[in-house]
Design a protein around this ligand. Structure first.
Ligand SMILES: [Zn+2]
Ligand SMILES: [Zn+2]
Length: 261
């Protein structure tokens, strides 16, 4: 077994530094210690979309993470990341914003189709198929931007845009080329429990299997907790789902030592 999987980690956690976060970095870390997590990864939102979630205050974020590291360093490894909403339109702004800032990991994800937040469902006048294809095209753009180490909640659009057809088959060509690009560029696939234990994670089991068939090996795990009460919910389930698929030579984010064949 991948050594890091013997310990629990949660690499997708939001704090007050995100406008939709409900807990402080300190609250999250003390809950992580209570739960016995080995590592926690903060990835507060950086979102250039107008009416989006906005940007973090990098200086304050860094200061509070440094403070948490000195307080919890003996018992918890704290990783400093961000979750960037990717859109080619904002590529230059994202690139410029990242300049001279330091992060342990950069999570790229997509929350909009044509600046329309799909949490609200279908964009008026746009078919489900068009939305789904546009979504995955943007995920592929995120990979091809080469800005990110990890791609977050890969098929999250499945949770918001219901279709009569299989949502994977509607975009299987784009999904395949996205996985191929991730594998070629060493980008990790996040398995996101979405703070729940009763449904499949993002990406679903079929997509994880599709990635494994292409010999994808790089994984991250996260709950997308926005409050300390949600921390690590579903992490054990997604870890076990992954292990039951018997991935070969898998490597977890921040795992330094490669597995033996
Ligand atoms: Zn997200
Ligand atoms: Zn998130």
């Amino acid at each position: 077994m991948s050594s890091i999987l013997r310990q629990l980690v949660d690499y997708h956690v939001h704090s007050f530094h995100s406008t939709d976060g409900h807990s402080s970095i300190d609250d999250m870390c003390s809950q992580a210690v209570r739960l016995g997590l080995a590592e926690i990864g903060f990835c507060d939102h950086v979102d250039f979309t107008s009416n989006g979630l906005g940007l973090i205050d990098y200086e304050r974020y860094s200061e509070e993470l440094d403070k948490a590291r000195s307080q919890y360093g003996g018992e918890l490894t704290i990783r400093k990341g961000i979750e960037v909403d990717y859109n080619r339109t904002y590529h230059a702004q994202i690139d410029e914003w990242l300049d001279e800032k330091h992060f342990d990991f950069l999570l790229g994800s997509v929350h909009y189709v044509d600046d329309f937040i799909f949490d609200l469902g279908r964009k008026p006048g746009m078919s489900a198929e068009t939305m789904i294809r546009k979504y995955y095209t943007r995920v592929r753009d995120a990979v091809e931007s080469k800005l990110f180490n990890v791609i977050g909640h890969f098929d999250i659009i499945r949770g918001y845009i219901p279709t009569d057809q299989d949502p994977i088959s509607l975009a299987s060509d784009i999904i395949d080329s996205t996985f191929e690009s991730m594998i070629a560029n060493g980008v990790y696939l996040e398995i996101n429990s979405w703070r729940r234990t009763d449904r499949e994670p993002f990406p679903c089991k079929d997509l994880i299997q599709r990635y494994l068939k292409k010999e994808g090996k790089l994984f991250s795990l996260g709950s997308d907790a926005h409050s300390w009460q949600q921390l690590a919910i579903g992490i054990i389930q997604v870890r076990d789902l992954l292990l039951n698929l018997k991935p070969r030579n898998m490597r977890m984010l921040f795992e330094q030592v490669p597995n033996l064949p």
